[in-house]
Design a protein around this ligand. Sequence first.
Ligand code: SF4
Length: 64
Amino acid sequence: MRAEVDRDLCEANGVCAGLAPAVFELDDEDELVVKQSEVLPEEVERVTQAVAACPRNALFIRDR
Ligand code: SF4
């Protein structure tokens, strides 16, 4: 499973980073960083919650 962000949609509000901090992080310039593009099995549930919670629908998960 891979996590990707559409930077045109992301408004860097940090919702995903709050829900899955091992995977998503805001950098010093308030740009969202996907720290693990290949999501570890133990992070799948948190990433799925973050995708659902993103108010801009800017996050996507792919099987590969
Ligand atoms: S929750 Fe969505 S809009 Fe907010 S930082 Fe994450 S990807 Fe960007």
